[in-house]
Design a protein around this ligand. Sequence first.
Ligand code: GDP
Length: 443
Amino acid sequence: MAFDSLTHKLNEVVRDIQGKGHLSEKNMEEMLRKVRLALLEADVNYKVVKTFLDDVKSEALGQKVLESVEPGQMLVKIVHDRLVELLGGDQEEFALKPDQTRIMIVGLQGTGKTTSLAKLANYLKTKLNKSVLLVAADTQRPAAIEQLQTLGSTIGVDVFAKDPSIGAVSVVNEALTYIQTHPYDCVLVDTAGRLHVDETLMEEVKTIETVLKPDHVLLTVDAMTGQDIVTVANAFNEKLHISGLVATKFDGDARGGGILSVKTLTGVPIQFVGVGEKIDDFEAFYPQRMADRILGFGDIVSLVEKAQETMDQKKAEESAMRMLDGTFTMDDMLFQMESVTKMGPLTSLIRMIPGMNQLSEMVDDAKASDAMKKTKAIIQSMTPSERANPSKLRSTHKRRIAAGSGTSVNDVSKAINSYEKMKKMMNMVGRMSKGDIRKLMGE
Ligand code: GDP
């Protein structure tokens, strides 16, 4: 994930400084030197780094950090607040108009423009309950129209497409006529990509902007391309009114410096991030939450939101109740595993838990996913009564389950063991929660 190495380094600085009861001017200088190095290594623009540190320093002096009761904490807070500012501060959320919102997307070829448009359509449809029309106005690359049609039918969103020979501007004009009689909450227009900033194509998108009068013009930038993001954003922003960026391929191993510099250097905020190739690997961007993640504070708000979106709430509550009163079955275990799998890779979930960032480095997503798949196959090969009472299984049953799930008897025993352990622990938590927790709370 982008920022991994930066997070790792800043985490160390934060831990180090938070542990210090006293700070000397020398300690503070040393910490700021490490922050500076971490930012430069992450490929943040050197001017941005300089201003960032100057601001932190002058704020720290102004607040008399060294004389305060908790100098380490105060310094970390100043760095955090400045980082939020760097990422966009209190930027406005992506707003929709009450009647109809028109959005166009532009970007260099291969940055993930068409994919991001479909991801956004899916986001608007599933999270915000909006009716969406996709307009295929990338007439330069014939495959783009087909790609959008395929994506549209996967997510269940209408696609407006015409013969590309009429040209992109005519497609948009025809789409505008079409929506007069077919109203949609959101109209999303794809445009032709380019390999580099090219005058003819730039004129085309400029004309589309004039004709469409979009409420948002989004530009896709590839997080892997470092400082080029700034150059590209500036070039597009000179011609069009870019309202926000979609930073794609955030899941890649990028240093992230371009993303950290772009708001300061171009004034264009990051609005969304693409975090994978799947249609729902797409998130709204919140500077505060991102700063929390970068400094290793976790992002509990996003974690809870993710859980709410993906879990069946009623089923989750029933399962939790059975966990606490000791009637937890292997069916519940299956449900828990499926819920976690739906939320995304384990490492990205762990990273959202405050203080757990380091643990995520020890978890191997591929191994964890293999182990879960195996356990799922085992549970699915068991009968309902076996799932309710797995401890009663004889070896003949285990052999049948192993054969059915393509695993070994040893794997079946291991899965049952994990279940027994989980049940025991949950039982303890259950008893705690009823009696001891009340006692602990002093009731
Ligand atoms: P376009 O030429 O800008 O329209 O690019 P496409 O939408 O066709 O995407 C180019 C490639 O990037 C495709 O293989 C996409 O699956 C991939 N891609 C797009 N967004 C992301 C992302 O957020 N993460 C990853 N890993 N791949 C992405």
